[in-house]
Unconditional design. Structure first.
Length: 277
């Protein structure tokens, strides 16, 4: 459990204890059964109040000025909220190939994009490994209710997909984050969420330029089952697979173009999508 969950459960237990005590004084209900009924409801209520607090807090944050650096504080706020929300909607994740992940330095992460839950899953999964990550994201995400102001202040990087020069500046900012040892950087090379019947959209090779410029590994991840969350949650559990399908080392970039790295990463994800756990 993360720090927010612990606080919310303690508050919920306190609310259950108080409710049980006063109910016992007025009725024949036992303290135990009242507590069982009240605690989970109180947890959801307190989480709702936390979200309301974030809404008010976010409304007070300025979002028009570019954030020059990555903020671990705002990233932690995002992480605890994401992780708690995933618990509430009955979602968990399971790693495959975790031993391939670099542990002693930063990297660029690329993955397929199936659902709005993708980045939430990876933020929760990587934060537990103490590997904070700024995401290259479409500018519209910075305007999302509640989440938008916080991902902006955390230093997530908006990218203009219609202007190559502005897009290059966004990638260069990601390189600076890595070189200054601020965080890892994640990007979905499909460029948008896959809403088609195709297993995987074409990749934008430029997405792989960051790792080449920064001279760091490219971690290739295949996500599975995130599309099912919307249909199943919260009543049915969904376990998302996070598969580390390839780690491309900097020495392998020699004499390679971004399109070559892109083709290798896409082939690895396509192959893994055929594997069912």
């Amino acid at each position: 459990m993360n720090s927010l969950e612990i606080i919310l459960w303690l508050l919920a237990l306190g609310a259950g204890s108080v409710s049980g005590y006063y109910t016992c004084l007025a009725t024949n209900w036992t303290f135990f059964w009242v507590g069982i009924l009240v605690v989970p409801v109180a947890f959801l209520l307190f989480f709702g109040l936390w979200v309301l607090f974030l809404f008010i807090w976010g409304a007070c944050l300025k979002t028009k000025e570019e954030r020059p650096n990555f903020s671990r504080f705002y990233y932690h706020v995002i992480y605890v909220t994401d992780a708690t929300f995933l618990r509430v909607v009955n979602v968990s994740f399971r790693w495959h190939g975790l031993q391939k992940m670099p542990k002693d330095h930063h990297f660029v992460l690329v993955c397929n994009h199936l659902s709005n839950f993708d980045q939430m899953i990876l933020i929760a999964a990587l934060r537990r490994r103490n590997q904070p990550m700024a995401w290259i994201s479409k500018p519209e995400n910075m305007s999302f209710p509640i989440a938008g102001p916080f991902i902006h202040h955390a230093g997530f990087i908006p990218i203009n997909r219609t202007n190559p020069i502005e897009g290059m500046k966004s990638l260069q900012k990601g390189v600076r984050y890595i070189q200054e040892n601020q965080c890892c950087v994640g990007i979905c090379p499909e460029g948008t969420r896959n809403k088609t019947d195709a297993v995987l959209l074409d990749f934008h090779p430029g997405s792989f330029s960051m790792a080449i410029w920064a001279k760091v590994p490219t971690v290739v991840i295949c996500l599975k089952h995130t599309k099912e969350i919307k249909k199943r949650s919260p009543w049915r559990h969904t376990c998302v697979s996070i598969d580390v399908v390839d780690v491309i080392q900097p020495e392998e970039y020699v004499d390679k173009r971004p399109s070559d790295i892109s083709a290798r990463a896409r082939a690895a994800i396509l192959e893994d999508l055929e594997t069912v756990y």
